[in-house]
Write a protein of this length. Structure first.
Length: 475
């Protein structure tokens, strides 16, 4: 699936961040011809979105990159609060995770964003795809049959049946669509984030170092990034201050906020500034064009929800685009993307803001395992009230009868899980039937598991199952 500007495409994805790359991987394994266009000359070089939540690890497991994520990351270290150049106390920033058979990834995992994107790019290459660099979107027009895209310096337009904007908080796609964002500045004080290599002995790598500062200057932190020799340094500056990402200015800021001397900052690998905002796009779709990731919602980095919510967006959208384009599913299936993701993104946006303001902890909610689509038009229950698992819930992992459920679910297919019940025959080719004995997290019955690991339908009757498949997948 060579990424050139020639011809037309099934889907054009604008922006090769974590969301765009994850979507391109998902579409590639479905045989969807995809142009992944990135305005930069390479992938984003910084560590910014470093907290990966358990639900996102489950997604990356399905996409085939969890091994690299686990090897290239680690659990969040305990916080070490400093005062007057001395360790003052430890601070547990995260609630202790609990690993169970149903939830195999218990807590957050720290992986620098640059590593996550490179793992996804490598996986995309394995699947036959690539990134088209140096593609700056300048124009977008849609009609009944598709979308025409124009890129700077390229006279020939590109056609795609659908377009997905994953091009960040200053999204060109969103601007060209005329979709507004509703939100607020969570904190007016500007922030600097940088990746630093610090001299041995200046800071240990067993703690997430916290320098509280005062009300005027704000806080600073230095977090060791696992499987690297780098710290991510974050500093809050007084309101109205101009943030200078120049290495000399970064060294001076480190020296001014911590006991680490400027000369002990041996390298500034990357630095940038940002202001903490919380904003949600008014819509996630306009005709044949969709918004996902930071193009659709901008979070405070507190709680590590931004990158994770972004990956959840495209994991929801990818299988739906594939079903419509490759399986002949009704176009109405695409309407459920905004219906399902906008409320979830709004909830995660609120959580990030509460954590930033000290009104909530980094606990169970942040892990995103409890997110559901129970109110979705796709979710239909035909089991009695009181069943442990409902349509719209995340399908738990486990090994009933020796069958690893996540292994059974992995891939672009649907799964009909028959728990202590016979599976009907003659299912569509993209639905795999798996029979297992009774398993408490599910209860007994039939469970139709979507390609994104959520339960679409529950029941015991074959007639009702086939009616659901006919309605939503034209099967």
């Amino acid at each position: 699936m060579e990424n050139t500007d020639a011809g037309s495409w099934d889907v054009a994805v604008i922006g090769a961040g974590p969301a765009g790359l994850a979507l391109a991987c998902d579409l590639a394994r479905r045989g969807v011809r995809t142009l992944l266009a990135e305005r930069g000359a390479d992938l984003f070089p910084g560590s910014r979105g470093k907290g990966v939540q358990p639900r996102t690890l489950e997604v990356l497991d399905d996409l085939g990159v969890s091994g690299g994520m686990l090897a290239g990351g680690g659990p969040p270290p305990v916080g070490q609060v400093w005062a007057d150049g001395r360790p003052a106390r430890e601070h547990r920033m995260f609630d202790d995770p609990v690993v169970t058979e149903a939830e195999p990834y218990g807590g957050a995992w720290l992986v620098p964003q640059w590593r996550t994107t490179r793992l996804l790019r490598d996986r995309l290459t394995e699947l036959g795809g690539s990134v088209a660099y140096g593609r700056e979107l300048t124009g977008l027009e849609q009609d009944a049959d598709g979308v025409t895209l124009r890129f700077a310096g390229r006279p020939e337009p590109v056609r795609a049946a659908y377009v997905v904007g994953t091009d960040g908080g200053r999204s060109t796609v969103r601007r060209l669509l005329g979709i507004g964002m509703t939100g607020e500045t969570v904190d007016p004080r500007p922030m600097l984030v940088a990746d630093l290599r610090i001299a041995d002995g200046a800071l240990d790598r067993e703690h997430w170092h916290i320098f509280p500062g005062d009300e005027e200057t704000g806080f600073a932190t230095a977090c060791p990034l696992p499987a690297t020799d780098v710290f991510q340094f974050v500093a809050q500056l007084p309101a109205g201050t101009a943030v200078d990402p120049d290495p000399a200015a970064v060294r001076a800021l480190v020296a001014g906020r911590t006991h680490v001397g400027a000369q002990e900052v041996e390298e500034v690998r990357w630095a940038s500034d940002f202001t903490v905002r919380a904003a949600l796009a008014d819509r996630f779709r306009s005709g044949r064009v969709f918004l996902a990731g930071d193009a659709a919602h901008v979070h405070s980095p507190a709680g590590g929800q931004g990158l994770n919510t972004s990956v959840q967006d495209v994991y929801n959208l990818g299988w739906k685009l594939g079903a419509v384009l490759a399986q002949g599913a009704p176009a109405a299936l695409l309407d459920t993307y905004e219906q399902e993701r906008l409320p979830n993104a709004a909830a995660m946006l609120g959580l990030s803001t509460r954590i930033h303001r000290g009104e909530a902890r980094r606990g169970k909610e942040t892990r995103q395992l409890g997110l559901h689509y129970r109110e979705s038009p796709l979710s239909r229950d035909a089991l009695p009230d009181g069943a442990p698992l409902r349509a719209g819930d995340r399908a738990p992992d486990g090994r009933p009868g020796g069958v690893r459920l996540f292994d059974a679910f992995r891939g672009p297919h649907w799964t009909l899980l028959a728990v202590a019940a016979p599976a009907p025959s003659g299912l569509p080719p993209y639905v795999r039937a798996v029979e297992v004995p009774s398993y408490a997290p599910y209860g007994d019955g039939l469970f139709l598991v979507r390609p994104d690991g959520y339960v679409a339908w529950t029941g015991t009757g074959e007639t009702e199952l086939r009616a659901w498949l006919k309605e939503w997948l034209a099967a």
